[in-house]
Design a binder for this molecule. Structure first.
Ligand code: 4GY
Length: 235
């Protein structure tokens, strides 16, 4: 699957060259193309932003470079074209899985006071938010979406990782432990060292259910409203 990112700040995408996404790109499981919007401006001074009509603080990203870039990277309009913005529907695991079925996603990153509405009206299929807070730009949200969606792209993760995840199906993950058996007086739960896989599965299911009931009871209800209480990790 392919991601094309349209941004005024291509250098912000260096983190995609590490870890699992680096490997996934090397293996040809995903392709990430970072496109500098400035390459598409028709302005003689390479300008991509301008003052807002009606006044107000800050600058607005011009429609022309954005619409030209989208037409340039996806001439046949086969891609799903997404604008990362707090106005969009909040990204969920379910939505990420559905997006992983797409062949090509084009991700537009806004900056400053946002983009000219006509670019959205003419060339964007969907707005997606990563959460109810405002960032300085859409670059981090684009990386969040790429990371989350890539996990479900064919061949990126070992299938067992996704199976383990669906095991706790909509619940929070059970606690994990590795060596040593005792660390600073805290022991690994005995059941995990028993070798009894039925008992281990049972313990993990119980832990996942209890943790979810305590920290995210909203996940147990049908309508998922979001967190209701802090997570209990405070000292
Ligand atoms: N939250 N989810 C988000 C964001 C920054 C000004 C428009 C978010 O997706 N994007 O906060 N984006 C703004 C900055 C231009 C995007």
């Amino acid at each position: 699957m392919k991601f094309t990112v349209l941004t005024l700040f291509p250098e912000m995408f260096a983190p995609l060259e590490a870890s699992i996404l680096k490997r996934a790109q090397q293996d040809g499981k995903i392709e990430i193309e970072i496109v500098d919007l400035r390459a598409y401006t028709e302005d003689k001074h390479q300008k991509c932003d301008d003052y807002p009509f009606g006044g107000g603080a800050g600058m607005v990203m011009m429609a022309q470079p954005i619409v030209s870039a989208i037409e340039g990277v996806d001439p046949g309009h086969g891609a799903r074209r997404i604008y990362l913005s707090p106005k969009g529907r909040t990204l969920s695991q379910e939505r990420a899985i559905a997006l992983s079925e797409e062949e090509h996603l084009v991700l537009l990153c806004g900056h400053y006071e946002g983009v000219d509405q006509r670019a959205i009206d003419l060339a964007i299929d969907e707005e997606i938010s990563i959460g109810d807070y405002v960032l300085t730009g859409g670059e981090l949200p684009a990386m969040v979406l790429i990371d989350c969606v890539s996990r479900y792209a064919e061949g990126v993760l070992a299938p067992a990782s996704l199976v383990d995840e669906s095991f706790s199906d909509g619940l929070l993950e059970y606690p994990q432990y590795t060596r040593p058996v005792v660390f600073r007086g805290l022991s690994v739960p005995e059941v995990l060292r028993s070798g009894n896989h039925a008992e281990i599965d049972k313990w993990r299911r119980e832990q996942a259910a209890a943790l979810t009931a305590r920290l995210r009871p909203d996940l147990l209800k049908h309508g998922k409203e979001g967190p209701s209480e802090p997570n209990g990790n405070e000292t």
